[in-house]
Design a binder for this molecule. Structure first.
Ligand code: SF4
Length: 464
């Protein structure tokens, strides 16, 4: 495939700065690179009663469009003009490549959040997604189905809060990983200090919850691989959160099946954990080895049957588009996952972000094309096995421009996943790289407070 390469150039107001994302969504058909010979330029101009957009390549104007709009400041004006710029670029990219993106000119992470906004306008949101954002009919349907399956689980309580704890350690680092997770053997000596710092943060969080009379909906301990810690280390972190609201949805991402033991599962059960994840990603041994995951498919089965003894709800993640895998590999992994019948199955589309080891070694180029077939197959198979799509999100650099979708058996929706994706609920977070979010529902505003990202910075800020 011959990519068209351009140097991006535009002098845009701040609120339009993410407009070139729609051009980036056309990678690998269109690539924006500072080294490209040709310049792709976007100009925007406001006149008395209209907003003008011009696209040019080199000195040649290739598209000009006009939106009749009276000049005004404000959120609606910004939203409309931003949409207009993205649509103009989308139409031009589609014209020169002949490629139709499944999500049209939508580039955001949360398509369902937009759907909820559109619902408030009394129109038909699915129709608006198709006609205004050029979302394909099957993706518009998926978004509508996800929203429908959140009914009864979507949070409207202004006093609710979730607690998140980040444990950014793993036994080894997967090659596609872009999280801040450290290999445990490299940071062993710092674990006691980390536990002390997180416990201190959690006691401040619990105090806040009490003082502000907040209602805890869910607790989520993620990473990293929290179960890569020893049972007593992890217990020290879980003890404070276990008191937050006994009986509440309480997830621990066990993740890597090589991190399981009976002792750890017993401890999780004794702390009131209700839900864990065991993530195969694939059942193909060779791929696991190439990904640097250091566990076998057999260990997934062992971890699953051991966990079932404790009655946890179980989530399993699969990734479509793993390097070196074809449709048969993915469908085999899906079949094996379905045979275990976990309560939740999450189908991820491979996204290679900055920070992943194999971003630059060419592996990502192998994955284009089959991914849509895989995720569409998964959607149909999961539906016929009785699973419902109930949350979704998108990321940059996703293969075939698709999405990640969480499926569940009826009644097994994970509240934390819905709250986090729809941004309906305050999330109070502890740990390195964690981000607290305060949702001010009455003001339609979200305040974000990030913790220090790296382990050393975090420990230094906490004074340990
Ligand atoms: S298990 Fe997850 S967090 Fe840990 S290295 Fe692999 S992808 Fe990264």
């Amino acid at each position: 495939m011959n990519s068209k390469r351009f140097r991006w150039s535009a002098d845009l107001p701040d609120y339009l700065n993410d407009v070139p994302e729609i051009v980036r969504a056309y990678a690998p058909y269109i690539v924006l690179s500072p080294e490209a010979d040709e310049e792709l330029n976007l100009t925007v101009r406001q006149e008395r009663d209209c907003f003008l957009v011009g696209i040019s390549v080199g000195k040649k104007i290739v598209r000009e469009e006009k939106l009749a709009i009276a000049y005004e400041e404000g959120l609606l004006y910004k939203k409309l003009t931003k949409r207009f710029c993205k649509n103009a670029l989308h139409d031009w990219c589609k014209e020169i490549t002949g490629v139709e993106l499944p999500y049209g000119s939508l580039t955001g992470v949360r398509p369902t959040k937009l759907y909820y906004e559109l619902m408030q306008n009394n129109g038909n949101p699915e129709e608006v997604l198709r006609d205004t954002f050029f979302v394909s009919p099957d993706r518009a349907r998926l978004i509508a189905e996800v929203v429908a399956n959140q009914s009864g689980y979507y949070d409207t309580d202004p006093h609710s809060a979730d607690i998140f704890v980040n444990i950014p350690f793993c036994a080894t680092r997967c090659r596609y990983c872009s999280f801040i997770s450290s290999e445990l053997s490299q940071v062993r000596k710092k674990i006691p200090a980390y536990i002390a710092a997180v416990r201190e943060e959690l006691s401040a969080i619990l105090k806040k919850i009490k003082e502000e009379n907040l209602f805890v909906r869910a607790v989520y301990v993620g990473g990293g691989t929290p179960t890569s810690l020893e049972a007593d280390e992890l217990k020290s972190i879980l003890e404070p959160v276990a008191q937050a609201r006994p009986g509440v949805e309480f997830t621990v991402e066990a993740g890597r099946p090589d991190s399981f033991s009976r002792e750890k599962l017993e401890m999780l059960a004794s702390m009131g954990v209700t839900r864990i994840s065991i993530n195969p990603q694939t059942f193909k041994a060779r791929t696991l080895c190439e990904l640097g995951r250091a566990h076998t498919p057999e260990q997934v089965y062992l971890a699953f049957s051991l966990s079932r003894e404790f009655g946890f709800d179980i989530n399993m993640d699969l990734i479509a588009g793993l390097p070196g895998e074809d449709f048969e590999d993915f469908s085999d992994s899906l079949k094996k996952t379905l045979s275990l019948r976990p309560e939740n199955i999450t189908i991820h589309t491979l996204s290679i972000k900055r920070g992943a080891v194999f971003r630059n070694d060419g592996m990502e180029k192998n994955v284009q094309g089959i991914v849509k077939k895989c995720v569409d197959f998964a959607r149909a198979e999961l539906k016929s096995a009785g699973y419902l799509p109930y949350y979704m999100y998108r990321q940059k650099n996703m293969a075939d421009n698709l999405e990640n979708v969480g499926y569940c058996l009826p009644g097994k929706q994970c509240l934390y996943n819905i709250d986090y994706m729809e941004e309906t609920t305050t999330v109070l977070s502890a740990g390195a790289g964690a981000m607290s979010k305060y949702v001010h529902k009455d003001e339609n505003r979200i305040e974000r407070l990030p913790n220090a990202k790296g382990l050393d910075d975090y420990l230094a800020k906490k004074g340990v």
